[in-house]
Design a protein around this ligand. Structure first.
Ligand code: ADP
Length: 498
């Protein structure tokens, strides 16, 4: 818990600091981005104006040249007009505002150019150079002088398509910017845009000066390109990364806590094991010693009793051997040094020999013993010592954990292509929740102290290992108070590669 706080606290601080600095970065980068965009827009607007002015000045210069040189300039003017695509319409007026070129109004031009000329005639035409008036479109006015020194007022409109193609596009196409630049007319309609505007976000707009009054150059952000969005993505990424980090840290803590708990549990099981084994070694040893000493003193004169004593010594030595074999084999298994030597083995004698070793305790405790070995099992490829030991462990347990009803059944038969070697008892039984655990090393139900039976807790671990080494397994059917039924499943034939 303390470790959790010690890690979560600093992580939280880092997350908060990281978030705050990302927000600041977001604000300042947004500002910087806007400033850059504004600079770029001003420069672009200037460039457009420059190009426009350059083209129109050249046109006016040529117009002036024609007027200065020719008395009847109509044809030259027609030619000039056809060479100047940017100029849509051209009209010349005298100083009273009377139209002198061309001969007739075109379309509805009388309504737009006429009043302008009249207005300019009132004095406006005295202004030198070019100036611009917006009236229902872009119309430029300029004062020129003829060869005879008469004032001529030139009024011309711009052809929007040419403006777009020859001025705006060349000026704006090559701009180095992730934004979209567009030119808007006085009504705010885009006259030109460098890329489809779609749902791009309007950022800012700058005005043109005299050349395109009331027109504006606008800058748009394509969706997702705003620095704010980039930063937002960073924030997301940052948050997700920290989330993952946090989860990993917590998972690590939980895992290590579990491991520690498991290690503590293991250490406790091991120390139980040592105590249990020592006790199990001591009991038969002291029995052997006591009976040995008694015999040695020559106090037992009765031959029958003497033979009984010898029997006890033999059985206790056998128990001792079994225990020591179990522990040694277990340590070999743990060290990966346990090897098995498979040889064709008949099942019947193996079962009989194993049970013979328990004949005395079985008889003494009044067990009813049922043995049934199916005929024609033939010989099976197995390690007779190991299988005998596994069987002995199961029989030993059946005796050890017996209740008032003392029945031991050993059954060997072929079931579905496998040998089923079953040892059942009507003893204490095992709760379902313990079924998997009892096969773990050192594990004893309720530490089995409550059951009052001593043991090392490695017997069933060994049984399982032996079963698996033979390519089989071990299963259990048992419930408290209903006895237990352990089955060792072994393959009937040797595996092709074994
Ligand atoms: P132990 O040396 O304790 O017998 P085992 O590995 O042989 O170790 O068995 C593990 C535990 O399984 C035992 O402590 C006991 O609680 C339970 N157990 C094994 N066999 C039986 C059985 N036939 N009846 C009831 N409980 C059993």
């Amino acid at each position: 818990m303390l470790a959790l706080v010690a890690i979560v606290m600093p992580v939280t601080i880092i997350v908060v600091l990281g978030y705050v600095s990302l927000r600041q970065w977001e604000a300042s980068s947004d500002l910087l981005f806007r400033e850059q965009a504004r600079d770029m827009a001003s420069m672009a607007a200037e460039k457009v104006e420059m190009m426009l002015r350059h083209t129109e000045d050249a046109f006016l210069d040529r117009l002036q040249q024609i007027l200065s040189a020719q008395e009847r300039p109509e044809r030259a003017l027609d030619a000039l007009l056809s060479e100047s695509p940017l100029v849509g319409r051209l009209y010349l007026f005298d100083r009273r505002g009377e139209r002198v070129y061309p001969r007739a109004w075109r379309d509805g031009d009388a309504g737009t150019f006429g009043p302008l000329a009249a207005e300019a005639g009132k004095g406006g035409a005295d202004r030198g150079g070019k100036y611009q008036i917006v009236a229902g479109g872009q119309i430029c006015l300029a004062r020129l002088v003829t060869a005879r020194g008469e004032i001529r007022l030139a009024a011309f409109s711009r052809d929007i398509e040419t403006l777009r193609r020859d001025i705006l596009d060349p000026a704006l196409r090559a701009l180095e910017s992730p934004t979209i630049v567009a030119v808007l007319d006085p009504a705010g309609r885009p006259v030109y845009s460098r890329a489809p505007l779609g749902d791009a976000e309007h950022m800012l707009a700058v005005g043109f000066r005299d050349a395109l009054p009331e027109w504006r150059l606008a800058v748009y952000q394509p969706p997702g390109a705003a620095p704010r969005q980039a930063v937002r993505r960073q924030v997301m990424l940052f948050t997700v990364a920290f989330g993952v980090l946090l989860v990993l840290i917590v998972a690590g803590i939980v895992a290590s806590w579990r491991l520690t708990r498991r290690q503590t549990e293991m250490a406790r099981l091991k120390s139980d094991f040592v105590a249990n084994v020592s006790h199990d070694l001591k009991t038969p040893l002291s029995v052997i010693r006591m009976f040995g000493e008694t015999l040695e003193m020559g106090r037992v004169t009765d031959e029958r009793q003497r033979r009984q004593y010898y029997g006890v010594i033999t059985r206790e030595s056998e128990r001792l051997s079994r225990l020591i074999d179990n522990v040694l084999d277990f340590s070999r298994i743990e060290g990966g040094r346990r090897t098995y030597e498979m040889a064709p083995t008949a099942i019947e004698p193996l079962v009989r020999d194993t049970l013979d070793a328990f004949a005395h305790p079985l008889a003494q405790q009044g067990f009813k013993v049922d043995v049934s070995v199916a005929p024609n099992l033939g010989e099976l490829p197995l390690d007779a010592g190991a299988i005998g030991q596994a069987l002995a462990n199961l029989v030993d347990n059946a005796i050890k954990y017996s209740g008032s009803e003392r029945v031991l059944s050993v059954d060997a038969r072929a079931v579905g292509g496998r040998l089923a070697l079953t040892v059942s008892d009507r003893g204490l039984g095992i709760p379902k929740a313990e079924h998997a655990k009892i096969f773990e090393k050192f594990y004893r139900v309720g530490r089995s102290d409550t059951q009052g039976r001593r043991g090392s807790g490695v017997g069933l671990a060994l049984v399982r290992h032996v079963a698996e080494a033979h390519g089989g397994d071990v299963t259990l059917e048992s419930a408290p108070g209903e006895g237990s039924r352990f089955t060792l499943w072994l393959p009937l034939r040797r595996k092709p590669d074994a």
